[in-house]
Design a protein around this ligand. Structure first.
Ligand SMILES: NC(=O)c1ccc[n+]([C@@H]2O[C@H](COP(=O)([O-])OP(=O)(O)OC[C@H]3O[C@@H](n4cnc5c(N)ncnc54)[C@H](O)[C@@H]3O)[C@@H](O)[C@H]2O)c1
Length: 366
């Protein structure tokens, strides 16, 4: 595997590097030292990740000349909360982290969103370095600048846009990633390939087995292609006013399913894959999607081990959840449809048609 460095440029002027390699944990501190003026760093991790990697990252920042503090939060979505943000702000205060300091997120998307939010809000914004340790965080949450907390009213409702100053994807960290977490990354990679089309889609169709089998050269290829894709989308539309909506492909259904099934019952990746299948089938009536594309996409998802779900949840409950989703406008439901790899559109769909397809899905014939 060769080391790669991608450059992310946002029209607002921010530019940052995304490093892809093995062994990056030991050099991330030195790399950061050339990007920030201050020498105080707060490293945030979670209880599953910290025992494996925190010491190495702390050592790397110490070698970079930083005075290092660290905080470890509980693993899991519940940690993306105001209480933890408050605890981390207190930690910033204790270690005297000034405007020129840096907050480092070492973990999956939960730590990335939490630490990113704290960096975006401490002293109205300090530098953030993302060190993603899940495949999902590598391909999705560590870049793009969205940070978020969950509150009782819903997931990701409080947040800020703030781009990191550096992202370091160290593939060595994936060695300890639990089996079930890989599917979440696979689904986002499949979504990106379907929306991007062209070379990415063909490459993934040809390398799906290698990715599923954890061939690290293929894993790096998939991460790099996903990042280039997401980088281009975010550069065109940082704040989701237009083209960034394409990243929601499969997600309207997925969010409803995850909520209806109960947190953790259906993984995000399986839910997104099911959402892509649902959007394709709904699209045959709503958006001119062909049966051949429905089958083509299903074959890709199958090859990645993202099989169709064999349990259904009540159509009326899913519909009610979708109607509450932020993408529902004026009694119509808004979906992203792909009609072929690389060709997508957003459309509002009549609620009755969505209900019919949810009933078909529930009956297992959709
Ligand atoms: N900001 C964005 O643009 C964006 C995009 C997508 C998702 N997200 C957010 O990301 C979160 C999901 O991210 P995730 O799937 O990475 O979940 P996560 O951070 O909860 O990580 C999943 C699990 O794997 C463990 N883990 C992580 N890396 C590990 C490693 N290398 N070895 C051993 N265990 C490890 C974690 O402790 C956790 O138990 C959600 O909160 C979602 O809202 C944000």
């Amino acid at each position: 595997m060769r080391a790669q460095c991608l450059e992310m440029s946002i029209p607002n002027g921010s530019t940052y590097r995304i490093y892809l390699s093995r062994g990056l944990l030991d050099g991330v501190g030195e790399k950061t030292a050339s990007l920030v003026a201050g020498r105080k760093a707060l490293i945030v991790s979670d209880a599953n990740v910290a025992p494996h990697y925190l010491e190495r990252v702390c050592g790397s920042f110490a070698r970079g000349g930083f005075e290092v503090a660290h905080e470890v939060v509980a693993a899991g979505e519940a940690s993306k909360c105001l209480e933890n943000a408050s605890r981390l702000w207190d930690a910033c205060a204790r270690c005297g982290l000034g405007r020129d300091g840096v907050v480092v997120a070492l973990g999956g998307g939960v730590v990335g969103d939490l630490a990113g939010f704290v960096a975006a809000t401490w002293l109205r914004g300090v530098a953030c370095v993302q060190v993603p340790t899940t495949l999902l965080a590598m391909v999705d949450s560590s870049i793009g600048g969205k940070t978020a907390l969950d509150i009782d009213a819903g997931k990701n409702l409080v947040g800020a846009f703030a781009q990191p100053v550096l992202v370091a994807c160290d593939f060595e960290t994936l060695a300890t990633l639990p089996e079930a977490e890989w599917a979440n990354g696979f689904a986002e990679i499949a979504k990106s390939a379907v929306i991007e089309g062209g070379g990415f889609y063909e490459w993934l169709a040809a390398h799906a087995e290698g990715l599923r089998g954890r061939d690290y050269t293929v894993v790096q290829g998939a991460v790099a292609r996903s990042l280039v894709f997401k980088g281009r989308v975010v550069a065109a539309d940082e704040r989701e006013g237009g083209v960034r909506e394409c990243l929601n492909y499969g997600h309207t259904f997925a969010h409803a399913l995850e909520a209806a099934a109960g947190l953790g019952t259906v993984s995000h990746g399986r839910a997104v894959a099911e959402g892509m299948r649902f959007a394709a089938r709904l699209g045959t009536e709503a958006a001119g999607v062909t049966e051949s594309f429905v089958a083509q996409q299903a074959a890709l998802l199958d090859a990645l081990g993202l099989r169709a779900l064999d349990a259904a949840w009540p159509a009326d409950e899913l519909f009610a959840r979708m109607a509450f989703d932020k993408k529902a406008r004026g009694g119509m439901l808004r979906f992203v449809f792909a009609t072929a790899p690389g060709i997508w559109q957003t459309m509002t769909v009549d609620a009755d048609l969505v209900k019919i397809h949810l009933i078909l899905w529930e009956q297992g014939v959709g």
